[in-house]
Design a protein around this ligand. Structure first.
Ligand code: TYD
Length: 205
């Protein structure tokens, strides 16, 4: 089963994933992320830092996804494991369709065509949503901002995420990322447990 966590920079994905690790340890999920921890992922990070042109960037992210699928996601799914990915294809559909706006006539259709036939769609996607100002306030102040982290870009990316969620309501679970951290984590962990069909028997208190 493939679960993905999505949201704009500063939406709290990483701390959610950290929290899930404690709560779902009995299910032994494979935790992973995009851009991945492979040499392709390193090239993607380098490309982001050097601000390559948006088509190159989109194709590098897609290449990273292909490597991620082949080396980690597909084998784990074949073994019947639960895979939890911090960012996945919807990151491209949200971020790159904004970055490619004005560069290509139909960025989202192009991105979907690039993935068609080989990607594995997630079973469930948790989308963390919050006001962009709140997300930006959470980003470390000392960090050099990536070009994705401008307020205007993030607003457009979040709108795109919400449009994707609206298109596929049965796959997306939209979460108010301003909610209490522990509560969000408990909710997502419970949802994943239900999806996996192995809900732990509740202890009486
Ligand atoms: P990530 O490593 O998740 O961010 P962080 O620096 O907060 O750990 O991702 C780096 C950036 O890359 C982030 O701004 C989102 C962007 N991104 C895309 O634009 N497209 C993609 O397909 C992916 C996976 C990430």
């Amino acid at each position: 089963m493939l679960i993905t966590i999505e949201g704009i920079d500063g939406s709290g994905k990483s701390s959610l994933v950290e929290g899930l690790k404690g709560r779902l340890s009995d299910l032994s999920p494979l935790y992973t992320r995009e851009p991945g921890a492979t040499w392709v992922g390193d090239q993607v990070r380098r490309a982001i830092a050097e601000q390559v042109d948006p088509v190159t960037e989109a194709l590098l992210f897609a290449a990273d996804h292909a490597a991620h699928l082949a080396t980690l996601v597909a084998p784990a799914i074949r073994e019947g494991r639960i895979v939890i990915s911090d960012r996945y294809t919807d990151s491209r559909y949200a971020y790159q369709s904004v970055m490619l706006d004005g560069v290509l006539p139909e960025p989202l259709a192009w991105l979907r065509a690039v993935h068609a036939g080989w990607t594995i769609p997630p079973d469930c996607t948790f989308l963390l949503v919050l006001p962009v100002e709140a997300a930006m306030a959470r980003l470390p102040a000392h960090r050099t901002r990536e070009h994705f982290e401008e307020g205007e870009v993030l607003s457009r990316v979040q709108r795109q995420y919400l449009a994707l969620a609206e298109e596929e309501p049965s796959r997306f679970v939209v979460i108010d990322a301003l909610g209490e951290k522990e509560e969000i984590c408990r909710f997502v962990a419970d949802e994943i447990r239900t999806l996996s069909g192995s809900r732990r028997p509740r202890h009486r208190s």
